[in-house]
Design a protein around this ligand. Structure first.
Ligand code: WTA
Length: 649
């Protein structure tokens, strides 16, 4: 196993895997999709919009006059929950399974579309009774259980944008998000199961609420039955309020551009960005890509996105895309190694999963555990494999194809971002001859490119910045409450072109290779975090004077967090205890995923004459390379001191 390949290595990749004939013959998307989209891009998107049931038809496909805020399917009205649930029941598919839920502790629930309609309707009635109105923001901090989906769809049904906060985040992350988008209503659970134990969620919300007096109610699902504190004025049990509601609820149609949800994601500054997605375009993007990339046959497939609903992958490919398409999904609560390392494969065998979508970090973990584990299970139901979240190294791609896919399943490496809402660059599994490690081509209807600094397309084989040159339906519309940051982050590098923040190259065949972030965003196991976010958490500790964080290559997690810290004089010889204390501090300030792999106590940090920290040099140290050019440092001896510290430790 090696780390991410270099551009040089990539250009020599000559293993090519055409789609198996049998797969190609039955594929949803054929090669003519590209031609149709190229001939009339907006007409193509108007065609895709037919996947959705519109209460009022739209009159304009795209209004791009208020650049860079696009409006899609203007004039159209729809209800997202109706599209994900009611219409399937109306079409006689009420008995089709929407979710096979598998709890970590082995409890299961089968939820049909008819069940889903009842549960979502009851939840919508409950939220209405509790005063949640169209436009109100609702925060959801939940384990991976069916109620999480019910809660999201109940919000969508009322036109109350949800903001789902990943269950691994800390109380201060909750408080920041709740305050940033003015949430007055929170939905959570007592806890969830993780690694064989109940882990608390309500207790974390309680702590966050100390800082959020404007929240009037916390609605609590009982999942684990663990002891929790209770605030009579604020807290309500889900089963007390939701269970007694009417099982019918009439959905209202909202404008195509009505906000559907806000998902916070890390940017280059400390404050997470509230990425806003709206209704019509997002549903078109997710249902189209779920059809084209995952080749979904809702009558026969069992589809599994093994990701968390708290991330965009879960929103688009556990909830909205699969449900809009009337698909049957697996929803798994827990970790891959509880109670044993074959848990995923046992689930594939049990539910006859036919399509699996997960992150390279999981694949690398399975590689490390060994091929013998999946080999013990019957994985013959699988027919298509997907990857998302970070560059997949060719070795992991090949292992996935061989040991999980039995050399028979196409592998689709899908590139996209929280901001994109749905997959933008990916093979079409029945069309594209794939190369291990390449996300291949922009999907039909997507116009992506790789630019140099001046905004020219790079020559084949050269590296540059990944951009999207035309708007697409599921694109973000703004950053919640910060239009200026929206414009600056994505639209200021090149006029009217979306800047993704990723480095990429296009090879001689025209295929895309995404190489990773070019900004100060880290990607640890497919989770996005900013160096600034972790640095501010460190600096908030009373013993820390200054901190710099870099992402260093890591075989398992893609990148790992390496922190360099200058202690305050009063704490100067704190030794290992301080390091442990700081690691715990970051853990509790942001969440376990932000825990630094190592923290190095240093006497100084490398800075330019204008005071900017040169992270590039720290990265060299963290990745144990020879340190690069130090001539622009204000004090070039700093690097000697840091390196001396490294060799002594
Ligand atoms: C990275 C996850 C290479 C990329 C859906 C992007 C990828 C960031 C791929 C977005 C891929 C995602 N190949 N890199 N197939 N997919 N990325 O917002 O750096 O959590 O900018 O969205 O993940 O992460 P986010």
């Amino acid at each position: 196993m090696t780390n991410s390949p270099t551009i040089e290595e990539l250009s020599h990749e000559d293993r090519i895997f055409p789609p198996p004939e049998e797969f190609a013959a039955q594929a949803n998307a054929k090669a003519d999709e590209y031609d149709k989209a190229a001939a009339d891009r907006l007409g193509y998107w108007a065609e895709q919009a037919k996947r959705i049931t519109w209460d009022t038809p739209f009159d304009t496909v795209l209004d791009w006059s208020d650049k860079p805020t696009a409006q899609w399917f203007v004039g159209g009205k729809l209800n997202a929950a109706y599209n994900c649930v009611d219409r399937h029941v109306e079409n006689g598919l009420g008995d089709r399974v929407a979710y096979y839920f598998e709890g970590e502790s082995g409890d299961t629930r089968t939820i049909t579309y008819a069940d889903l309609l009842r549960e979502v309707s009851k939840a919508a009635n409950a939220l209405t009774e509790l005063g949640v109105k169209t436009g109100d923001r609702v925060a959801i901090y939940m384990p991976m259980i069916p109620e999480t989906v019910f809660a999201m769809l109940a919000c969508a049904r009322l036109g109350a944008p949800h903001t789902v906060i990943f269950g691994g985040f800390s109380s201060s992350a909750i408080a920041d998000r709740v305050k940033d988008c003015g949430v007055e209503f929170v939905i959570t659970a007592d806890g969830g199961y993780r690694k064989g134990k109940p882990s608390g969620l309500k207790s974390v919300v309680d702590e966050a609420m100390e800082d959020c007096p404007e929240v009037r109610n916390v609605l609590v699902v009982r999942r684990t039955g663990q002891d929790i504190d209770w605030n009579d004025d604020r807290d309500l049990w889900w089963h007390d309020v939701v269970d007694r509601q009417s099982e019918t609820h009439t959905p209202e149609a909202f404008d195509s551009e009505h906000p559907l949800y806000i998902m916070y994601s890390s940017g280059t500054t400390g404050k997470p960005k509230g990425i806003l997605h709206t209704t019509g375009g997002y549903l078109v993007g997710t249902s189209f890509t779920h059809w084209a990339v995952f080749d979904i046959k809702p009558e026969t497939d069992v589809y599994w996105t093994a990701a968390d609903i708290g991330w965009v992958t879960g929103h688009s490919y556990i909830v909205y895309g699969p449900l809009a398409n009337g698909a049957t999904s697996v929803l798994y609560e827990g970790t891959p190694d509880t109670p044993h390392r074959g848990r995923w494969w046992e689930i594939v065998e049990k539910y006859k999963v036919s399509i699996l979508y997960c992150a390279p970090t999981a694949i690398r973990q399975f590689m490390k555990w060994g091929r013998d584990i999946p080999a013990k299970f019957d994985l013959n139901s699988l027919r298509l494999l997907g990857s998302v979240g970070e560059p997949i190294n060719p070795e992991a791609w090949m292992w996935y194809r061989e040991h999980i896919g039995g050399n028979r399943c196409p592998v689709v490496d899908t590139w996209w971002q929280t901001e994109n809402g749905s997959i933008l660059i990916s093979p079409l599994p029945g069309v594209t001859a794939t190369k291990p490690g390449s996300a291949m081509r922009p999907l039909p209807g997507i116009v992506a490119d790789v630019f140099d600094d001046e905004g020219n397309s790079v020559e084949p084989g050269n590296g540059g910045y990944l951009v999207v040159k035309e708007p697409w339906p599921s694109m973000l519309r703004t950053l919640w409450g910060d239009e200026e940051r929206f414009q600056k982050t994505y639209w200021s590098q090149y006029p009217e072109v979306y800047f993704a923040g990723d480095g990429a190259k296009i090879d001689r065949d025209g295929d895309f290779w995404v190489l990773g972030r070019v900004d100060d965003v880290l990607n640890v196991s497919g989770h996005r975090m900013s160096t600034a976010e972790i640095e501010s958490a460190l600096v908030a500790h009373p013993k820390v004077a200054e901190a710099a964080v870099v992402g260093a290559q890591d075989e398992m997690t893609g990148q790992a967090i390496e922190a360099f810290v200058i202690l305050r004089e009063s704490a100067a010889d704190g030794g290992d205890d301080v390091v442990a204390e700081l690691r715990n501090h970051v853990r509790s300030a942001i969440g376990p995923i932000a825990t630094p792999r190592s923290i190095m106590l240093v006497p100084d940090l490398p800075k330019t004459r204008s005071g900017k920290i040169m992270r590039r040099l720290l990265k060299d140290v963290a990745e144990k390379r020879e340190v690069g050019d130090v001539t622009t440092l204000a004090d070039s001896s700093v690097m000697d001191l840091i390196q001396k510290g490294v060799s002594e430790s």
